[in-house]
Ligand binder design. Structure first.
Ligand code: NAP
Length: 196
């Protein structure tokens, strides 16, 4: 995705705080996920495939940015992701994570972001589900294969999104096709166009 487009797309999060007043956060949020057929993203808190090119792309896109994740995804990682601001969402107020900051909600996680935009939501299923409505961009590695999973990317209405990049790939080792697909929220593209 062209960098200038990323920076012109702003995502607005409005929320009620303490049940009393409203505040608005304006921050570009991107979701990045590798998704097999039926939305499967993992099983037993691990990934179900090994796609080195996908990992390289993930690293290239997210390095220098904040990565926001659920506590279970954090625990599936060997360590904090280097050169990124790691933010872990948990309801457990005693939770500690070496090399990461803790947030009690997605909203709090976004408010903690200090690294340059966009912030990346990197999973897992519970956090994607909550973050989808705020996302400006989806970087999806869509895998054309069946896996038996227990964690899922949420269903999303493709009519609300514009596919702006499609890079098909084939894994010889696994024998399946996959594609790096970038979707931008239609409404944000339209308002960015009106502003320019
Ligand atoms: N394919 C991919 O691209 C990809 C990417 C990432 C992860 N994954 C896979 O996804 C799976 C993990 O996903 P998951 O859905 O099981 O877990 P998850 O989303 O990583 O984490 C869930 C945890 O986040 C915390 N949480 C969720 N909503 C919250 C809220 N509103 N406020 C505060 N805390 C909240 C809770 O932590 P507490 O229980 O501590 O309160 C909850 O148990 C694994 O299999 C992983 O490998 C796949």
């Amino acid at each position: 995705m062209p960098h200038h487009l990323e920076t012109t797309i702003m995502c607005t999060i409005s929320a009620k705080s303490d049940g009393k007043h409203f505040f608005t956060l304006v921050f570009p949020l991107a979701l990045i996920a590798a998704v097999a057929r039926r939305g499967v993203i993992g099983r037993n808190n691990t990934l179900l495939w090994q796609l080195p090119e996908d990992l390289r792309r993930f690293k290239a896109l997210t390095t220098g940015h904040a990565v926001i994740m659920g506590r279970k995804t954090w625990e599936s990682l060997p360590q904090a992701l280097p050169q990124r601001q790691n933010i872990v969402i948990t309801r457990n107020s005693d939770y500690r994570a070496t090399g990461a900051e803790i947030a009690r909600s997605l909203k709090e996680a976004i408010r903690k972001v200090t690294m340059p935009e966009p912030a990346f939501c990197i999973g897992g299923g519970e956090i994607y589900q909550q973050a989808l409505e705020y996302a400006a961009v989806l970087y999806l590695t869509e895998i054309d294969a069946n896996f038996d999973g227990d964690a899922f990317f949420p269903d999303f209405d493709k009519s609300l999104w514009r596919l702006i990049a499609n890079e098909p790939r084939f894994s010889e080792k696994d024998g399946f096709s996959y594609a790096f697909n970038t979707y931008v929220r239609q409404s944000l593209l339209e308002s960015a166009r009106q502003r320019s």
